[in-house]
Design a protein around this ligand. Sequence first.
Ligand SMILES: *Cc1c(COP(=O)(O)O)cnc(C)c1O
Length: 372
Amino acid sequence: MKPIQMVDLQGQYEAIKDEIDAGIAQVIRSAKFINGPEVGLFEKELADYLGVKHVIGCANGTDALQVALMALDLPKDAEIIVPSFNYVAAAEVVALLGYKLVFADVHPRYFTIDPEDVRKRISSKTRAIIVVHLFGQSAPMEELIRLAEEHQLFIIEDNAQSIGAEYIFHDGTRKKLNTIGHIGTTSFFPSKNLGCYGDGGAIMTDDDTLAAVMRSIASHGQSKKYHYQRIGINSRLDTIQAAILRPKLRRLDEYIRRRQEAAAFYDNQLKELDWLVTPACAPYTTHVYHQYTVQVKTGSRDRLAAHLAEQHIPTMIYYPSALHQCAAYQAWGSSLKVSEELARSVISLPMHTELTSEQLNYICQALKSFIS
Ligand SMILES: *Cc1c(COP(=O)(O)O)cnc(C)c1O
């Protein structure tokens, strides 16, 4: 059996090597390394895939959030709500831009931001919510949109982890994540569901004005070359990365299907374990399983990680602390019970597009042999 990895990027590359190599060679031959034609082509193809008017490539998913927030041009004393059980990017960007960070708690089974808790934290200064579609599924968008409309807030969707997943509205219609809020952002970090071979990111919107402002901000605030309309940053999607992303985007739905199959295998095998809680998919969303994250309710999470490591099964803790518990963010802290409990109990199992049933079976047997 092939060694088990959290993410198998080599295996995925081997299967599409010819196309990827040809794409990279083409960029090198053309020598159009910055803003080459592949960038525009990829932006257009991703816009079509998502069903959104504008996609703007940028250097990484954190920059995407920064450009989005800069484009909203909020008052200096604005408060912005972000989930505390999350990767650091959204909180970091809010703090860097000098806005007041307000952490909200998350749902105990879905891990996404809890609208009831958000409601309690809205003040007269709240201007935006950064909604994070964590681990592969959507946050409860209709409830959040209702809140946003009531209080005139912007919604930014940080969709670094759930590209391709769909929100299912009450009336049964579906929309891809990234196209529901005012602005969507994503990351093409190699291990993401749509990953490149370095850093990359993108910003999406249906709003023509916001799109033009964001394109300008990502390019030094230029309106045209050497005409600086506003203060911007330098954040570009590399041409070679765009050439790698194009064939991977064509396979994204296939990659999602394979992740869903691996998740179904885990679900089926692990449901009998009474000490372990398998991940729940909310009724209003599809799940693309960026992570397969289980909860160990018996306090033996770290012992389980060691037990699996002994059998050469890697695991990761996403995330070992809620952000408000981290030194850098304690100043904005409050008590967020669910986030704190999840940081103590979650563990993510290997999840990627190349897992074999032999590997999955081996992992499940190892879990079943654990005495909690
Ligand atoms: C990975 C990630 C980001 C940022 O991505 P980078 O490309 O590494 O900057 C932002 N938000 C979430 C939720 C992420 O998982």
